[in-house]
Design a protein around this ligand. Structure first.
Ligand SMILES: Cc1cc2nc3c(=O)[nH]c(=O)nc-3n(C[C@H](O)[C@H](O)[C@H](O)COP(=O)(O)O)c2cc1C
Length: 267
């Protein structure tokens, strides 16, 4: 089989596979769809040719129709529902101590792996810290970095150190779990892909009754203090792209906080 095989009994020659291919590899100008062989290697295995076919007539050698789950006809949320989901998401900084069942986190990743990635690279990796003790240890390493910053006279550090000394965790908020997205240092797109995946995860977490918060301080520390990197123990050649604390929120919000209007230039 070449890149694609077409079941001629099922194909209606609608041409959608050609129109959906981002690399222009499929042509369907007359007769059954075929590929431009010399550019076949440009296929990014996005699966659009298979997914768009209304009759499951097209088989891509890298992705059979059976591998692509059917999409429910009513999959779109009404705008008002989606608006509530996006506006209702909050950065959660107080968590119940109860652990999140690993199977729940696995379900989250099952959704998040469908977030878009540059060139369909799907190159984001994940580290999940399940042990709150390890998270606390990670904070204590960031605190060492904060102390160095304090000596250097960096503003805004004193308060965080004071909070830590009083038993709070101003870095990882005593979250029961931490999710870190990482990827190869030489992967140009992985940072963007990871941020999109984390954003998707942050939103999706709400459907499971979970709350999350971006671990921005941790990322800064990881980028500036090698001990944090060492503690994360990512695979060699990988960098941290971002992280989220995650757990069950201690309380619910009753309102949506006000935000600036969108600053849009219309042309
Ligand atoms: C890139 C990024 C890094 C952040 N880092 C932290 C952090 O380290 N600690 C924290 O408590 N909140 C962090 N936040 C949460 C922001 O403070 C929060 O998004 C903002 O205050 C708006 O609140 P909301 O997310 O509930 O709408 C971060 C958010 C982003 C987008």
């Amino acid at each position: 089989m070449g890149l694609i095989a077409v079941d001629e009994r099922k194909c209606t020659q609608c041409g959608l596979c050609a129109r959906a291919c981002p690399a222009g590899i499929i042509i369907a100008d007359e007769g059954f769809p075929r590929t431009v062989e010399k550019i076949e290697k440009g296929c990014i295995t996005c699966g659009h040719c298979v997914a768009v076919c209304p009759t499951a007539a097209l088989n891509n050698c890298r992705m059979a129709p059976e591998e692509c789950q059917p999409l429910a006809a009513d999959w779109r949320l009404e705008p008002a529902r989606l608006e509530q989901i996006i506006k209702g998401r909050r950065s959660i900084r107080r968590y119940r101590p109860d652990p999140v069942d690993r199977s729940v986190l696995e379900k989250l990743f099952e959704t998040v792996r469908y977030a878009p990635t540059g060139g369909n690279s799907q190159s984001v990796h994940w580290l999940v810290l399940l042990d709150p003790e390890e998270i606390r240890r990670l904070t204590s390493i960031v605190v060492v970095w904060l102390r160095i910053l304090l000596i250097r006279g960096v503003p805004g550090v004193k308060g965080m150190l004071k909070a830590w000394e009083m038993g709070a965790d101003p870095i990882l908020r005593n979250a029961p779990h931490l999710i870190v997205a990482h990827g190869a240092e030489n992967d140009q797109a992985v940072n963007y892909s990871a941020i999109i995946a984390l954003t998707t995860l942050d939103l999706a977490a709400n459907s499971f009754g979970l709350g999350a918060c971006w671990a921005g301080f941790l990322l800064q520390a990881a980028n500036n203090y090698s001990e944090v990197y060492d503690a994360l123990a990512l695979p060699p050649g990988h960098r941290m792209c971002g992280g989220l604390m995650i757990g069950y929120p201690e309380f619910e919000y009753a309102r949506i906080p006000a935000r600036k209007g969108a600053r849009v230039t219309w042309r």
